[in-house]
Design a protein around this ligand. Structure first.
Ligand SMILES: Nc1ncnc2c1ncn2[C@@H]1O[C@H](COP(=O)(O)OP(=O)(O)OP(=O)(O)O)[C@@H](O)[C@H]1O
Length: 239
């Protein structure tokens, strides 16, 4: 079995998208362009707020960066590594070692408890989750206001599930954190706390953080904002 992954070793690198387009097919089978990003560089360790109306392509962009969707054209690079050219298994490994992703619909396993969901990525790279990973998961859960770690996530409220999803994404101190509407299911007080925690977690790890969000308080915590425009059919990311 592989040695236990040491997330402390991951370091943020520059993220570069070049000539990236993404086309989807509409109901009539005809392609339409969702993303058109001639050139975008996100410096290592930057904190970016990604804004745009519903349907403008925010989720699509995060999934392209994560390598969960292969773009129609163009390249996505992390440092010297061209992610979009890697075979699927290598991209999976890169994700495991480098990325924390807060999915819009959380992607939790409802039958597993809070602790098991938070330590799930650790369980993929080691035959058992070591005590230090469990302690870190418990500490981050406590900071998220999640107290009973033995509760199955299937019975949690949406807000609680969202906090578990965020705890899972930041627990291993990934070098890149992508968060899709990470505060959307939270009340204002929790949103503020969790937004601060997300930014703190990125700072502590020196991680690059990209949040798709409409949350003004969270946007205010992020140093730079990117807008996805929808005024023309060809959508461009404007720095
Ligand atoms: N697999 C797919 N097949 C066809 N169209 C898709 C697919 N995935 C996304 N789309 C379309 O691409 C466009 C962008 O979707 P996306 O989810 O990226 O937007 P978004 O800005 O994240 O929206 P929201 O803020 O509502 O979550 C939408 O018109 C959506 O319907």
């Amino acid at each position: 079995m592989p040695a236990s992954h040491s997330p402390d070793r991951a370091t943020a690198k520059a993220l570069r998208l070049s000539g990236v387009t993404l086309d989807h097919r509409g109901g009539d089978g005809r392609p339409f362009r969702v993303l058109d990003i001639p050139d975008l560089t996100v410096p290592s360790g930057a904190h970016i707020g990604l804004r745009g109306p519903s349907g403008s392509g925010k989720t699509s962009l995060l999934h392209v960066i994560a390598g969960l969707i292969v773009p129609s054209t163009g390249t996505v690079s992390w440092g010297e590594t061209e992610l979009s050219a890697l075979p699927a298994a290598s991209r999976d490994r890169w994700r495991l070692e480098t990325l924390g992703f807060v999915f819009q619909d959380f992607h939790l396993i409802p039958e597993l408890d809070i602790l098991a969901n938070i330590t799930l990525p650790a369980s993929f790279s080691s035959w058992r989750v070591v005590r230090s990973e469990q302690e870190r998961a418990a500490a981050i859960a406590a900071r998220m206001g999640l107290v009973d770690l033995r509760r199955r996530t299937g019975v949690l409220s949406r807000g609680e599930q969202q906090r578990v999803a965020i705890a899972r994404a930041v627990c291993r101190r990934p070098a890149l954190i992508l968060a899709d509407e990470p505060t959307a299911s939270l009340d204002a007080a929790h949103a503020d706390e969790v937004g601060a925690l997300l930014v703190d977690a990125a700072n502590e790890a020196g991680a690059t953080l990209i949040c798709a969000t409409h949350d003004a308080a969270l946007l205010a915590r992020l140093e730079r904002r990117l807008d996805i425009e929808t005024t023309s059919p060809l959508r461009e990311l404007v720095a």
